[in-house]
Design a binder for this molecule. Structure first.
Ligand SMILES: Nc1ncnc2c1ncn2[C@@H]1O[C@H](COP(=O)(O)OP(=O)(O)OP(=O)(O)O)[C@@H](O)[C@H]1O
Length: 726
């Protein structure tokens, strides 16, 4: 049935059955049986799901897979039987060119053995470790050592199309696990950047993770190698992320506290085309770690798994509520003195979340949003798988509805060969392929994908059947029939018809009876068929209703999410605006303050000047008073001198016009003396004015006319001519 289809499918889907726990009593019945393969040397490909014997009459379903691994299958059986080796080899591109992207995914109900298969246990290695082992050993002679190759970091970072933060393993591991060689040093020491690392080292964790003491070595595959490109040199980049609620989060960048709310939040990343990758979507902004050894790669994996657990717990979730991605990017370039740009492809290992029944999720208290998102993404995954296997063709991406959610976009974006336009490299002259003899091999091969579905035949029937429905390459449904009354009647009537003797042309009463019975039986058979058909219709519409309900729930959740996002955006925008407004206001306030100060300074200057002017005026007034007083004093002195002259002997007396003038006997003389007095007054006024002008000119007050007048001694006065005095 599905054999041809599975050959053409983009995914090879394997089923692994989990063995029962060794130390537990088995209480439940096995609901799953494996069909024997046609040939003894082949592995089984089909299983039948037998519903439990409850009151509900359910269909028996038969599922087809590429191969079914039964309970006794070992890790090594899986490693060799699922095509992990060709997957790794394809990524290394032994024939030259970029190689072929590989995808290894696990899907299953919680506890069905996904982690055991993909990551192993304490004692056994999983497919991831085995794939890394064979990969690192195969390229060991051609891999560049990140610790000694100075240009490695810079060239790899420059060629990365995903706006990634490329970091050395040493730096990353020191921030996550602490520096083992520096136990005595302060634990908060920032790690030393490697040569070529241009960005500041990340803040070390407060609580370092515990370095795994010993990693499991079994199963041993030291004799297994894959072919590599002999003309290439390689570098390995590891990144990890998860899809939670349809959003992508980096697992190698721990959550950082929000500036305003102080809450630890993870920044969702975008799956988009970038400047360097315009025709191919990539997860942009991831942290990528250059690993030189397998041990470093495993330590990075451990750190990422820890982050997934911590982030899951923080958001009230458990690990299986997100789809985890572990990416091993194999960078390769031509080995030469003048190597070209880095090219390469990636091996992506995905741990898909198990589906949840919405009803169970509610009763178990898990958020409906998570359950809805997981169910929705798995439903889209199932649709894609179904579509691609139905089409039997890998060249029609438009017919596979993989753009409906992040999970299917991430899983299927590289599943289709690029269009003729896309296959032309954008910078052919610099790329690895330009130097290569087969440039046409660039990205012409779509990714090779393997899905391993794990199931516990003794586990939850409903959850397992849902997972199998989503993942199987093909499905057949058989509706079982209860041995019906119709068939019994018909059997009886047929038997009696053959063996009862017929008499003449007339029908005996028993014949009429039998005929009636036959008609009734036919009618019952028809109705029974109809009921079966209706039941089938009902079960179909019921599952459609459930899907629609899941849809509705997820749309509602999306609406809530969008609302929260919009609110957050508005808040951020508002805050930004407030900040810029505050900044603007501060500038305005500062300039206003400066202007006010300048204004005040000016006012003060004017005020000081006016005070000086008032002082000057009052001083002038004082001088005037002084002069008036001096004037009076001089007048008195003149009077005294006159009297003195008058009282002297007549021989000594000199004829003085003033004395006459002052005696008032001769009016002419008197008039003259008055004019003389006036001229004395004018002289005094002139002296005052010149004193003023001297003062105004800033000369010391000592040189004032008043002082000059004062300097005239009595002797001088005596010797002076009277005219001179007047
Ligand atoms: N093939 C196997 N052989 C032996 N033990 C197994 C096998 N598969 C699973 N187990 C055991 O079953 C238990 C559950 O398996 P595991 O943790 O791998 O389940 P899971 O599907 O990854 O669950 P979850 O989704 O919760 O992580 C583990 O103890 C594991 O060791």
């Amino acid at each position: 049935m599905a054999d041809q289809k599975s050959q053409a499918a983009l995914f090879q889907v394997y089923l692994r059955l989990r063995p029962p726990p060794t130390n537990q009593q088995i209480a439940t019945e096995r609901f799953l049986s494996v069909e024997e393969p046609a040939n003894d040397d082949e592995l089984p490909t089909h299983i039948t799901l037998n519903p439990p014997n409850d009151n509900r009459r359910r269909a028996v379903e038969k599922f087809a897979f590429t191969t079914v691994f039964e309970e006794e299958a070992t890790q090594l059986n899986l490693f060799h039987g699922t095509g992990v080796l060709p997957l790794v080899e394809g990524v290394l591109g032994p024939q030259g060119g970029d190689g072929r992207d590989g995808l290894l995914a696990t899907l299953g109900v919680t506890g069905s053995g996904k982690s055991h298969t993909i990551l192993g246990s304490r004692t056994q290695r999983g497919l991831t470790q085995l794939a890394l082992d064979v990969l690192f050993r195969s390229i060991s002679n051609q891999m560049l050592d990140p610790n000694t190759t100075t240009s490695l970091h810079a060239t790899v970072a420059a060629s990365d199309p995903s706006e990634a933060q490329v970091m050395s393993a040493q730096m990353f591991l020191d921030t996550m696990y602490g520096d083992p060689s520096a136990a005595s040093r302060a634990s908060s020491r920032a790690p030393t950047p490697m040569v070529g690392e241009s960005y500041p080292p990340p803040t070390p964790r407060k609580n370092f993770l515990q370095r795994p003491s010993q990693l499991p070595q079994v199963p041993d595959i030291s004799n297994v190698l894959v072919d590599v490109d002999p003309n290439a040199e390689y570098a390995i980049l590891i990144s990890m992320y998860e899809v939670y609620n349809d959003r992508i989060f980096d697992l190698l960048t721990p959550a950082s506290p929000n500036k305003s709310t102080k809450e630890f939040r993870r920044r969702p990343l975008l799956f988009k085309p970038t400047e360097q990758s315009p025709d191919r979507k990539v997860v942009a902004g991831l942290r990528k770690i250059i690993c030189g050894t397998m041990k470093e790669a495993l330590m990075v994996l451990e750190a990422g798994l820890h982050e997934r657990r911590v982030a899951g717990t923080g958001s009230n979730s458990v690990s299986s509520r997100s789809h985890g991605f572990f990416c091993v990017e194999v960078k390769k370039r031509r080995r030469s003195r003048m190597p070209g740009q880095w090219g390469g492809s990636a091996l992506t290992i995905v741990d898909l979340a198990g589906s949840e029944r919405a009803r169970d999720a509610k009763t178990q208290g898990a958020t409906l949003q998570e359950a809805g998102k997981i169910n929705e993404s798995l439903m889209y995954l199932g649709q894609c798988l179904q579509m691609q296997s139905d089409l039997g063709s890998t060249t029609k991406p438009n017919l596979v509805p993989f753009r409906q959610c992040k999970l299917t976009e991430l899983l299927f974006s590289n599943s289709f060969p690029p269009t003729s336009q896309q296959s032309v490299p954008s910078t052919p002259s610099h790329s690895y392929h330009s130097h290569h003899p087969h440039p046409s091999s660039h990205r012409t091969q779509p990714q090779k994908a393997i899905m391993i579905v794990t199931a516990d035949p003794l586990g939850d029937f409903n959850a397992t059947s849902q997972i199998l429905r989503y993942s199987a390459l093909a499905r057949e449904i058989t509706v079982p029939r209860i041995p019906s009354v119709t068939s019994t009647i018909l059997a009886q009537s047929t038997a009696s018809h053959y063996f009862s003797p017929r008499a003449g042309g007339r029908m005996s009463p028993s014949e009429t009876e039998r005929e009636t019975m036959e008609i009734a039986a036919l009618e019952i058979a028809r109705m029974s068929e109809e009921i079966d058909g209706l039941r089938h219709e009902l079960s179909k519409s019921e599952s459609a209703r459930m899907e629609l309900e899941a849809h509705l729930e997820s749309f509602q959740d999306r609406a809530v999410e969008i609302e929260a996002e919009v609110r957050e955006e508005c808040y951020m925008e508002m805050e930004k605006k407030m900040q810029s407004e505050l900044q603007r206001w501060k500038i305005v306030w500062e300039s206003e303050r400066e202007r006010g100060e300048a204004h005040l300074d000016k006012k003060m200057e004017i005020y000081t000047r006016s005070i000086d002017a008032v002082d000057e005026e009052s001083e002038n007034k004082e001088n005037e008073f002084d002069l008036e007083a001096e004037n009076d004093r001089l007048r008195r002195e003149v009077e005294m001198l006159r009297r003195d002259i008058q009282s002297r002997s007549p021989s000594k007396r000199m004829p003085l016009r003033e004395s006459r003038a002052y005696s008032g006997r001769d009016s002419r003389v008197c008039g003259e003396s008055e004019r003389g007095m006036e001229s004395v007054g004018r002289e005094m006024e002139r002296l005052r004015m010149s004193g003023e002008s001297v003062l105004k000119g800033g000369q010391p007050i000592m040189s004032s006319p008043t002082k000059k007048v004062r300097k005239l001694t009595a002797r001088k006065w005596d010797l002076m001519d009277e005219r001179e005095i007047l």
